[in-house]
Design a protein around this ligand. Sequence first.
Ligand SMILES: Nc1ncnc2c1ncn2[C@@H]1O[C@H](COP(=O)(O)OP(=O)(O)OP(=O)(O)O)[C@@H](O)[C@H]1O
Ligand code: SF4
Ligand SMILES: [Mg+2]
Length: 326
Amino acid sequence: MSATGPVLQVTGLQVSYGPVHRSTDAVRGLDFELYAGEVLAVVGESGSGKSQTALALLGLLGPGARRRGRMLLEGKSLDELDEAGWTRVRGRRIGLVSQDPGQALNPYLSIGKQMLEMLRWHQGLGGVKAREQAESMLRAVGLTDAPSVLGKYPHELSGGMQQRAVMALALLGEPVVLVADEPTTALDVTTQSQVLALIASLARQSGTAVLLITHDLAVVRGVADRVLVMYGGRVLEQGRTDELFAAAGHPYTAGLIACAPGLTSTPGSLLPSLQGQAPGAGDWPQGCPFHPRCPRRLEKCATSMPVLEQISTTHWRACFNPGSDL
Ligand SMILES: Nc1ncnc2c1ncn2[C@@H]1O[C@H](COP(=O)(O)OP(=O)(O)OP(=O)(O)O)[C@@H](O)[C@H]1O
Ligand code: SF4
Ligand SMILES: [Mg+2]
């Protein structure tokens, strides 16, 4: 972690829907920090609040959502921004690469036109300089035939090429933070790993901090510096990637690793597999949200929520009974 402090600080983030007295809480008090040039992976089963966190960071929560907590980008609060303020932050300071590249691209404009508009809007650049920068960014994301790609419309590109073009567009804004929400789900396996390796290497080169939301623990192991494990809208564990895979400190993380094909935290160790399914927001039980499925639950797990405890300088976990065999 950098001595210069985090570029993004999120404290006590909550996202709720519905009436206040009977609200559905999608995110329930999330704390994390993101540092320049790092890739922080957010993992957790479906419904754990990963995308709601991403949408909150981009000011894109739906009209019925209530957000509480603090979000500081380079020390400046995002909490009171109006729509005009968010428009200045989105793309320029916080970029987004989401699951479906088709949605992020305008089908009626060539890739070149979209990139030149982005450069004019964000950097006031035009003419030859803008074209050179667009071509160089396309090459940086692995689209080597940049002049030809500039002239193409989105439907003329493969899914992998579209996602690279989306990344090029996102990076042209030189964002401080890039949020990548399941950026490779729609791609084939080979292209998936290429695109992810690219995100990680561009982040390191440019100093952009990446929040990478994914289900895929093999991906996490390959590209992330740190991991945040979410369940029930909360953080259950957070630590360096090598630390978590060498010794998962939480029964839920251990279960996720045990269920991931080809991954175990320690070769030959017996990890508890995950049983059952995660409930959705509004159905989280009292106490530790994982307790109905946890092989290590104690009586108090059903009534009290464990707080995140620091177990090393880089590792936090919320669990009453982690056990030494995890
Ligand atoms: N408009 C809404 N009203 C009520 N609940 C919502 C709304 N939008 C999302 N939620 C709930 O918030 C919870 C978290 O959803 P979110 O999309 O963040 O999950 P996720 O971790 O991204 O899951 P996935 O891996 O499937 O993408 C879910 O239980 C979802 O049903
Ligand atoms: S707090 Fe209890 S239920 Fe939750 S993960 Fe730990 S042991 Fe399991
Ligand atoms: Mg999601």
